[in-house]
Each structure stands twice: as structure tokens, then as C-alpha cells.
Write a protein that binds this ligand. Structure first.
Ligand SMILES: *Cc1c(COP(=O)(O)O)cnc(C)c1O
Length: 357
């Protein structure tokens, strides 16, 4: 089966095999990672290794803390404004799809929000030119979603802003090299491109920790989480362990430059199938805003879509129906997705179009 699920999503087979081998007896400890104390030496080793490998992969500069937290990317939607918005007049939000829309909803509960860009009327098909954003002069931060998982639009490069830039990278983190020094805070749920669900990774510039208000619920306090090295309470130990294995696997494959080449290869196979279909398949996103991680497209009629999807399921292509808000199809092709799966889908697409076009 080729797993095109948007998340939780495909993991590297080598990592799953390592988990299987370790499941009863991790590194000769006589117990599973699921059973061991999070304060034990073996788990401290797992946590330290995961952090060091992520630092190496993303070339995280000094002056940034890495946190392994819970609550998914969604809890960050509230934690960010609660920690950084409080005393400031406004926060700028760039709204390119469903996930940034959710981030705005939660920030609005905390304080005023300035919408610096909103593509909703257009069906969320494009990424703005960064020079044309309606940014405010004294925003607490600028928030954006580097890849919109549902609509399939992605920022082509790292933007630069004066106010601290906070980015939801849940669905494209570790798919290409980035310049971490441009960001105040990066967050990503693990289950799209890094590991199992239950874990959200936060990379935060240390000076932002000073801005967290003195009175805040402890679990929502980045400063406290950083002070405790992600061990304020019991962390999602198993998810951290598996995610750490994914980091090591990526390093062994050649790091993020290798990941970038693969993501371009995978996505170009599918976009060529769309563009070469004479209009039978239509990409949802504008060409310049297309995501390399989530390829969204439609067919001429609802009936054709239904037939396409049921045929795809029989071919062993799982997870292709588009999100209910967009319809059509969505092929999520994260780091661990095999290139052969894209070739197989492209071939199915061309046969289907020839038979039904
Ligand atoms: C999946 C996703 C989320 C939500 O993640 P949870 O871990 O389920 O809270 C947020 N943002 C983006 C971009 C996503 O793809």
C-alpha cells in the first residue's frame, strides 16, 4: 500500500523496523522505552540525542531552545498569543489556508489581531509576495503557516520580518534547509513529517522567553518548559523516541539537502501528471504557490472523482480523498513517502484520464 495520508502519515520503514527490534528491550535495558522512567539515564540519552540531531539537521544556531511538548500544533495556536500577545497592541497573521485560519481564531480570544493577508475569497490558492503584506508597525509577532496541509500551498522560501516571526511548520519541517535565525519561534506537530502523533516540537529564540507573562498556567509557559528541559511533567516518551530515530535516519540519508531533492522529485512527478493531462486534472493551488508536500487537485465531475478514488483504493493508494472543505483529491507526499509511489500514482492518473477524458 502507498500511504498518501495527510497525517498521521507514512514513516520510514527502517525506523519502524528499529522500533520493532527495540520494543521489548531497548538497548539492553531489559525494558521498553514505553515502560521506563522519563528521569532515567536511558531516556535522558534518548531526549538529548533527539535534540542534538534536530539541531544538526536544521543547523539551529546558539541562542535557541528546542522543546518537546504535548497538545499538538493546535495547542500552540493558543499558547503563542497567551505568552507573547498579552502586553502588545496587536499580532500580525498571514492567512493562507485552513490552519492559519484556526490560528487566528484562537489568537483573537487573547487579543486584537491584524490580518496582514487573507486569501479566503480566492479559495486559498496563493502565497503572498512578502513585500505586499499589510504588516502593522508594532506587532508582538508575525504568524504564518509555511505549508497549508489542506489547500496545498507553500511558502517558497524563508520570509524576513522585523517583528519576531512565528511559523507553523507542521507539514513541511525537515523537508528542506531553512535559515532558523530568521525565526522567533518554529513549531511543528510530529505526525506529518517527523514521527508519531502526541508530540509537538518547538524551536524558540531565547529572548522571547523573557516576554512570557509572570502569571500563566505552567503547562502553557515556554519559559518553564525550557527551564525544565521539556521534563516539567511526563513527556510523550515513545513519540520522542521514534521521532529521534527519524532524525537520525534523515541525517544518514544526507540531511535536508537530500530531503529537498527528494521532495522536488516526488512533487514534480505528480504536478507533471496534472499539467500534462490536458485539463482533465486541475491543481487547486496557483502554480507559483504549489506545495511540495500536499498535492491537491480536482477532476471534471463529482462522478469522475468518485470513480477515480475507488479505483485508486483498489490499486493500493490509500488516503487520497481531499479534505472535505476542498473536495477532489490530495496526495500527501512527506519525507518518508517513496518516489515509486508517486510514479505509480502518476501512471494510474494518466490511464484513468485516457479512459475517462
Ligand atoms: C495537522 C496540522 C495542525 C494540527 O496539528 P495537531 O497536532 O493535530 O494539533 C496544525 N497546523 C498544520 C499546518 C497542520 O498540518
Amino acid at each position: 500500500v502507498f500511504n498518501f495520508s495527510a497525517g498521521p502519515a507514512v514513516l520510514p520503514v527502517e525506523v519502524l523496523e528499529k522500533c520493532r527490534d527495540d520494543i521489548l528491550n531497548y538497548d539492553g535495558c531489559g525494558m521498553s522505552v514505553m515502560e521506563m522512567s522519563h528521569r532515567s539515564a536511558p531516556f535522558e540519552g534518548i531526549l538529548a540525542r533527539a535534540e542534538a540531531d534536530l539541531r544538526a539537521l536544521l543547523a539551529v544556531p546558539a541562542g535557541y531552545k528546542i522543546l518537546f511538548l504535548q497538545g499538538g500544533a493546535s495547542l500552540q495556536f493558543s499558547m503563542i498569543p497567551m505568552c507573547f500577545h498579552a502586553a502588545r497592541r496587536t499580532a500580525d497573521y498571514v492567512v493562507t489556508g485552513a490552519w492559519s485560519e484556526k490560528a487566528v481564531e484562537e489568537a483573537t480570544i487573547v487579543g486584537p489581531v491584524n490580518i496582514a493577508f487573507d486569501d479566503k475569497e480566492n479559495g486559498y490558492r496563493c502565497i503572498p509576495d512578502f513585500n505586499t503584506l499589510a504588516l502593522s508597525t508594532s506587532a508582538a509577532y508575525v504568524h504564518l503557516t509555511s505549508n497549508e496541509t489542506i489547500q496545498g500551498v507553500e511558502f517558497p522560501e524563508d520570509p524576513a520580518t522585523d517583528a519576531p516571526l512565528i511559523v507553523d511548520m507542521s507539514s513541511n519541517i525537515l523537508s528542506r534547509p531553512i535559515d532558523v535565525s530568521r525565526y522567533g519561534l518554529i513549531y511543528a506537530g510530529a505526525q506529518k513529517n517527523m514521527g508519531p502523533a502526541g508530540l509537538v516540537v518547538v524551536i524558540i529564540r531565547e529572548d522571547l522567553l523573557e516576554r512570557v507573562p509572570a502569571k500563566i498556567a505552567p503547562m502553557l509557559d515556554y519559559r518553564l518548559q525550557a527551564k525544565n528541559g521539556s521534563l516539567y511533567n511526563t513527556p510523550p516518551a515513545w513519540s520522542i523516541y521514534v521521532t529521534g530515530l527519524v532524525y537520525r535516519h534523515l541525517l544518514e540519508l544526507g540531511g535536508l539537502e537530500a530531503a529537498r531533492q527528494l521532495r522536488e522529485k516526488r512533487s514534480s512527478i505528480l504536478y507533471s501528471a496534472i499539467d500534462g493531462s490536458g485539463g482533465f486534472y486541475r491543481g487547486h493551488a496557483d502554480k507559483l504557490s504549489r506545495s511540495c508536500m500536499n498535492v491537491t487537485f480536482t477532476l471534471p465531475t463529482a462522478e469522475a472523482t468518485k470513480q477515480f478514488l475507488s479505483g485508486a483504493e483498489k490499486e493500493g493508494f490509500s488516503g487520497l480523498p481531499g479534505h472535505r472543505s476542498v473536495g477532489g483529491c490530495r496526495a500527501s507526499i512527506y519525507n518518508a513517502f517513496p518516489v515509486e509511489g508517486c510514479e505509480a500514482l502518476a501512471s494510474y492518473m494518466s490511464h484513468f484520464a485516457a479512459a475517462n477524458g
